[in-house]
Design a protein around this ligand. Structure first.
Ligand SMILES: C[S@@+](CC[C@H](N)C(=O)[O-])C[C@H]1O[C@@H](n2cnc3c(N)ncnc32)[C@H](O)[C@@H]1O
Length: 263
């Protein structure tokens, strides 16, 4: 995207009709994008500004939005269940990561959480992402490439429980079935006071992981659940929507101490 927000060939654009109907496209001269509300010519988009609208062949107005990092995760190819925004928020804030952070992540899955982490560590940071299944890793690679963020990620087709090759990392972020098995290797990889954050759908996983953290030199251990309700806003009728996401998972976070000192 140019500085003045003009849309050029090869830019990614989110065509927005309404909250439920959005389409992520890469703008190519001569192409058209077909929807139930008519088709949109890419040539009609090139030269417009982000924030403007384009008319489809059936005169529907599609807003031309600049895709956010969340848009890339919503539209990505799915190999696995991906992390929800409500959980991402807690993972980010408790991991303490920011510009320049070095983070180990496992498992990569579809790469949704990887994309968000890579966005937050910036160009000077790095995500080392472990995935046991090569076919998932390759799908994640495509998703990260599509999001333009692959250069901040090192993908590793390895079982993370067998060891983490990186040392002195700022955070270890886990979204896999057996996080408690990763705790000892995460301890070795983390710098002192580094943070482990783990996402787990079941209470059994939470108990196993918290026990492992206690036995392996971590403190400030906390398990949380984030419950979010979307609000329907209409004057005189504003209230939570009837349906909601009842459960996704729990988040555990903890900080590494130097074992010799606390024992
Ligand atoms: C729920 S998915 C992760 C989804 C990911 N956070 C996302 O947002 O796209 C869990 C992934 O962990 C991987 N996995 C499970 N055990 C693993 C291990 N020991 N080492 C590396 N990856 C593992 C699985 O193959 C799966 O792809």
């Amino acid at each position: 995207m140019s500085d003045r927000g003009i849309i050029r060939e090869n830019d990614d654009v989110l065509l927005f009709l309404d909250r439920k109907r959005t389409f992520l496209i890469k703008v190519k001269p001569g192409n058209s994008f077909h929807t139930h509300r008519g088709y949109v010519n890419h040539d009609d988009i090139i030269g417009k500004k982000f924030g403007e609208a384009v008319k489809s062949s059936l005169s529907a107005d599609f807003m031309l939005l600049k895709p956010s990092v969340l848009d890339y995760t919503r539209k990505m190819l799915r190999a696995t269940q991906i992390i929800y925004p409500k959980d991402i928020g807690l993972i980010l804030v408790y991991s303490g990561i920011g510009c320049g952070s070095r983070v180990v992540e496992a498992g990569t899955g579809s790469g949704a959480l990887t994309t968000i982490l890579a966005n937050f560590v910036g160009a000077s940071g790095k995500i080392y992402s472990y995935e046991a299944k090569s076919e998932f890793m390759e799908k994640a690679r495509k998703n990260l490439e599509r999001a333009g963020i692959l250069d901040r990620v090192v993908l590793k087709n390895k079982d993370v429980t067998l060891g983490i090759e990186e040392k002195d990392v700022d955070a270890v972020v886990l979204d896999l079935a057996t996080p408690w098995k990763v705790v000892p290797v995460a301890y070795k990889a983390l710098k002192a006071c580094g943070v482990l954050v783990s996402f787990s759908p079941t209470i059994e996983q939470v108990i196993n992981t918290v026990e492992a953290l206690k036995e392996n030199g971590f403190v400030e251990i906390e398990a949380l659940e984030s419950i979010v309700r979307r609000i329907k806003v209409k004057r005189g009728q504003t209230r939570p929507e009837t349906l909601m996401i009842g459960h996704t998972g729990y988040i555990i976070h903890a900080r590494k101490t130097i074992k010799e000192v606390i024992q």
